[in-house]
Write a new protein. Sequence first.
Length: 319
Amino acid sequence: MERYLALALELKALARSRSEGLPAIRELASRFAALPRYDTPQAFELIVSWTKARFRFAKVKRAVFGVSGGVDSSLTACVLAAALAPKNVTAYVLPCESQPGDERDARLLCAALKIPVERIDLFPALTAMRAILTPAKAANADGNLKTRLRTTTLFHEAAAKGALYVGTGDLDEGFVGYYTKGSGADLSPLGSLHKSEVRRLVAYALGLKDKRLARRLSAKPADAGLIKGRTAEADLGVTYAEMEGALEVIFETCALHEGGVVPREVDEFARVLRRSGVTERVFSRVAELIYAARHKATGAPVLWRADTTRLSAQDFESE
């Protein structure tokens, strides 16, 4: 019996020692959440501090990320360069039938921040996969295959370098599911920023290094990098400004159910929606995008056994 008691005490002590960095992370997260705005220099500094604390907690000093030349990866580069020092960050250019101009922008960005760049051409891997896989009729299947190849590459390179793979996704695209299922990361510093906030933070943070490049990249139209001239807004059917407005209404007045977006209180929802200026068409479109992407957010359904419900993961690396 004594050795079992000793094991129990050892496990408790081990959990306490492994959780030593969490209070600092939670404090930074609370300070960030309490900000009146999330697109200010103060917000950027808190994102940098939170990212630094997360790496310290993970006991990792290096980061890898995919750089596309777009606004989200531009801000991710700025955050990582400030949090870890550029020499500890590796940006990966991963062309896969990509637009040449995107690689030029990615290299200009990394040169301004002094971040090392590695290039891995994924077209041979894409060609090989197309040759052995069943052709898919869905229009987005080929694009998802490219994204999953990039994700696999970045996780592999992170493991090879003893690094964390840092994602570049923002709040708007994450909430409506404008990403490929299975394309996660170890860390997502921009995950609660609207696209408009990302743009303003790029203008600020990159502007400290190269104002001209910052102005251009912060205004660059978002796209998936798959079809020349095809923007993300065209794919989504709404502008980012419209999506942000609809999401703010949802955050304030709605709940998310398996059946979709549901107003918590009908009269309050109607008042807030009218005040927001968001049209019924836009709101319905955003609500439908969220519903269609619910399988990405919730993960695979599991038929749980009774004894697993006693476990709680509420304190598991969470702020």
